[in-house]
Design a protein around this ligand. Structure first.
Ligand code: ADP
Ligand code: MG
Length: 875
């Protein structure tokens, strides 16, 4: 590397400042990558590696690869998805006019959490970047969606704040997190972010989190006034530290106007306002995607989402992820859904209008950020133009709940008219240009100067011909011609014989054998006008665009408000449509602590069933005599479905949605927990008994008496006796008023646990009915009081197609076991250890008995295996 070219020196200077980024270095129409960046880029993007210095020996060549600038976004998007950061280094001056080396600088750093281009964003989800600050007083989480401008911060205080922080992260998973030193060294937090949420974690210079720097960064983004003092109170202080660090990071990476951000919302009572759900509950209840396939189809979102606008798509997702806790807030949403439910026809009209509204929220974000082009501006204007109609239609159905919403849609007509007046139509065969530096987007008739310049461009030849005609007439020279060449530009040519007639004001430029060439001031002015018209018109259009942009940016808050109202209206319409289509009712929501559902249904399963009808079931739970339901019944009876149905109905009610039932009264719950026995989801790969127990532990630590607990066959992942013991101990703990006393649905395959009904008040036995028919079984899907009389395992095995010989043999074994009086073990609550020892002994004895009875000669290998398995599972 003895003689590095000046350009490579420039490259290295820039690269040194951004060691953790892939550097996209603008060279003409390409972004080039060099050296290691080139190798990595070539590999990740499937590009061909080349070199600039073919003459040099192999080891001195600089590997490079590049992508055309106009298609760069899709390449950057791919790199960002894989967790890289890309620094965009642009030419800061026009290479045509630059003297020497073109000045270059990094204009933006693109990271997963700061994507702005359409190619990198999914219109149906927010793209969050967050900052976490931790110190001895607790933690704060700041969260921002750069594309929409949302910016909020929430404090987490108290000794055990971490689970609450993790739950808040799970509600709106970020794609990138900026961490203070303490947060970055918090193993549990970073593991959760990286492994469970797939989030890119960035340790950030600690100084950014210091109050002074944080305050400056917030001021710079207009998120806080200059004169507002930094608060003393810990929660607020930490919030501002996190938000300030985030604002600082965004400013540094984006290097542009970020005044579309905000307002900064401090969510002090986050855990009071929203129901808290941990990631496990979100996943097992399949709120936004299915547990296994990770698909939207089959999730609650799939059932409820009829939204038509990008704002609506994003908002319904956040409403589903964050059910409310205040009955008053819930009632507001319900009232609105009810108003929209009264007139289905009017609602459908409204929905047709909603369909025409584009992503106002991200469009105005792009406008302020400076990345909007003329097409974006036109789409924005088209969207604003729909608002008055939307408002008029909504007014016909709006009652007291919707009316205040509609007011936020007003007042944007002026902006809409101004934009439409300025930007021309976007025609199929004449698209608006992609960049705002090429001109060609200002409507004709909008600006006199633009029209004049365009006229010159279109009619330059005519104007020259007209001048030629005038000069011929004035001078009387018949052969006078206006010509053009590259050296002189335009000139007047007069042949020798007419020299005497040349007027005084002609300026001689060149004498040839047969003719002379002249110029006049008028001709030079015309020439200048023609030749500069192009660059003047593009510059002028650019300026006009900037003015429009500033004007639109000046109304950023109004546009954001309108976008928010459109989103709300869209989600409320969606709830109303889902309710109408699926026969939902408005639940009564209160603080009673009672969950009473008449003929409830599972919102998703009822939609997925193809050739059978969903059987509705009632539920009654309260804080008193009906606190905990033990649910037994054969495999496949519908236990899991029933319990999830109850949880989903509660969640839907707290979202403000109507619910799948004939009638429902829901006392709000603070949290819903769902825990599933490990062997139910072995296919997920990671679910082991240990994970199951960790989750149970988390639940028992964090649940309150106002929580709803769904426990689905816990204790399966281990041997029968310790599994059953754990299940029973957990059951007792949940039911006991002196401990948890939470409303609990507890499905178990341990029939023995039905005993508990007699020993703890508030516990009730239920089972899901099934009937034997011949050797088979019919599932009735009805929940009825009392424990199941038997488990029908053999019948289910038969139904599942286990070979008859095996089923027959199983029946034989079962008969023998029953004859031997192998009674289910019993125990009292808070069973003392001696009980467990004797249970174990009993099992040992039973196994011995069976072993003695087996005639090994007649067993098939499969039967032998099965028997062994059974015997083992009894130990
Ligand atoms: P379990 O947990 O008791 O083994 P599941 O809840 O998994 O049973 O239910 C098994 C299947 O039975 C479900 O996939 C569903 O198709 C069907 N099912 C469950 N409950 C009902 C119901 N109430 N009405 C109709 N079908 C049901
Ligand atoms: Mg089940």
């Amino acid at each position: 590397m003895a003689e590095m070219t000046p350009m490579m020196k420039q490259y290295w200077k820039v690269k040194e400042q951004h060691p953790d980024c892939l550097l996209f270095f603008r060279l003409g129409d390409f972004y080039e990558m060099f050296h290691d960046d080139a190798k990595l880029g070539a590999e990740e993007l499937g590009l061909t590696l080349t070199t600039r210095d073919r003459g040099k020996p192999e080891e001195e060549r600089t590997p490079m690869c590049g992508v055309p600038y106009h298609s760069a976004q899709s390449y950057i998007a791919r790199l960002i998805k894989r967790g890289y950061k890309v620094a965009i280094c642009e030419q800061m001056e026009d290479p045509a006019t630059a003297k020497g080396l073109v000045d270059r600088d990094v204009i933006r750093i693109v990271t997963p959490g700061t994507a702005m281009a359409d190619e990198m964003l999914d219109e149906s989800r927010n793209n969050y970047i967050c900052a976490v600050y931790e110190d001895s007083a607790g933690a704060a989480l700041a969260r921002c969606d750069l594309s929409t401008g949302q910016f909020s911060a929430a404090p987490f205080q108290g000794k055990d704040y971490l689970p609450h922080l993790l739950n808040a992260l799970a509600a709106c998973p970020p794609s990138e997190a900026v961490l203070s030193d303490a947060a970055a060294s918090d193993g549990e937090l970073t593991a959760f972010l990286k492994d469970r949420l797939g989030c890119l974690c960035q340790p950030v210079v600690e100084a950014r989190f210091r109050p002074a720097q944080a305050r400056d960064a917030l001021c710079a983004c207009h998120l806080r006034g200059e004169d507002e003092p930094f608060p003393e109170e810990n929660g607020l202080r930490m919030c501002l530290q996190a938000a300030g660090a985030l604002a600082g990071y965004l400013t540094e990476t984006q290097k542009t106007d970020l005044s579309h951000l905000g307002p900064l919302v401090i969510e002090e009572g986050l855990t009071q306002a929203y129901m808290e759900l941990d990631l496990t509950a979100r996943k097992t209840l399949e709120l936004t995607e299915t547990f296994r396939g990770k698909e939207k189809k089959g999730s609650l979102l799939w059932v409820l989402d009829r939204t038509k606008t990008p704002m609506g798509h994003r908002m319904i997702r956040s409403w589903i992820e964050q059910p409310l806790r205040s009955p008053a807030a819930i009632a507001k949403r319900q009232d609105a859904v009810e108003e929209l439910s009264r007139d289905g026809m009017a609602r459908e009209e409204l929905v047709l209008t909603l369909r025409r509204i584009p992503d106002l929220e991200r469009l105005i974000g792009k406008v302020v950020y400076g990345s909007a082009n003329a097409r974006d501006m036109l789409v924005l204007a088209d969207g604003l133009a729909v608002l008055p109609q939307l408002m008029a239609q909504a007014e016909t159905v709006a009652g007291r709940a919707l009316a205040p919403l509609l007011r936020g849609l007003e007042g944007l007509d002026g902006l809409e008219r101004a934009l439409h007046a300025a930007i021309r139509e976007d025609a199929e065969d004449d698209r608006l240009p992609f960049t705002i530096r090429e001109g060609g987007f200002i409507r004709s008739g909008y600006d006199e100067e633009v029209d004049h310049l365009r006229d010159i461009l279109d009619h330059g030849a005519d104007m020259v011909a007209a001048l030629e005609g005038r000069e011929k007439e004035r001078t009387g020279i018949k052969s006078l011609k206006v010509r053009y060449n590259k050296v002189f530009g335009y000139y007047i040519e007069v042949s020798k014989s007419y020299y005497s007639m040349v007027p005084e004001d002609y300026i001689r430029k060149q004498t040839l054998v047969n003719c002379e060439r002249f110029i006049t001031q008028e001709l030079k002015d015309l020439e200048h006008e023609i030749l500069s018209a192009q660059s003047r018109v593009t510059a002028l259009e650019y300026n006009l665009f900037c003015k429009l942009r500033d004007m639109a940016a000046g109304q950023v808050r109004q546009v954001q408000t309108a976008a928010d109202r459109v989103g709300r209206l869209d989600v409320l319409c969606s709830f109303a449509a889902a309710a109408a289509e699926n026969g939902y009712v408005r639940p009564e929501v209160d603080e009673s602590g009672v969950i009473d559902v008449r003929e409830g249904r599972h919102p998703v399963v009822e939609r997925m069933l193809k050739d059978s009808l969903f059987v509705p079931n009632d539920t009654h739970m309260d804080g008193g005599a009906d606190r905990l339901s033990i649910i037994t019944g054969p495999n496949m009876a519908g236990k899991s479905t029933y319990m999830r149905q109850v949880a989903l109905i509660v969640l839907m009610a707290q979202m403000g949605s109507f619910v799948p039932a004939r009638a429902a009264r829901i006392g709000v719950v603070d949290r819903v927990f769902t825990r599933i026995g490990a062997s139910d989801d072995l296919s997920a790969g990671q679910s082991t008994f240990m994970v199951e127990m960790t989750e149970v532990a988390q639940m028992l630590k964090n649940a309150t008496s106002r929580s709803l607990l769904i426990l689905d066959e816990i204790g399966r992942g281990t041997s029968t006796y310790d599994g059953m013991s754990i299940a029973r101990a957990v059951l007792e703990y949940c039911a006991d008023k002196k401990r948890l006393g939470a409303k609990t649905l507890f499905a178990t395959h341990y029939h023995e646990l039905t005993e508990v009904e007699h020993s703890i008040e508030g516990v009730r036995n239920y089972h899901i009915a099934a009937k034997k028919r011949g050797d088979g079984i019919v599932f009735l899907r009805k929940i009825v009081p009392g424990g199941a009389d038997q488990s029908y395992g053999v019948e289910v095995a038969k139904l599942a197609g286990v070979p008859d010989r095996v089923v027959g043999r199983a029946r034989e074994i079962l008969g023998e076991l029953e004859q031997q009086g192998w009674a289910p073990p019993r125990g009292r609550p808070q069973a003392a250890e001696p009980d467990q020892v004797s249970l174990g002994d009993m099992a040992g004895a039973a196994v011995l008995e069976q072993l003695r009875a087996v005639s090994v000669e007649t067993l098939t290998p499969i039967e032998a295996m099965n028997l062994l398995y059974q015997l083992k599972s009894q130990l």
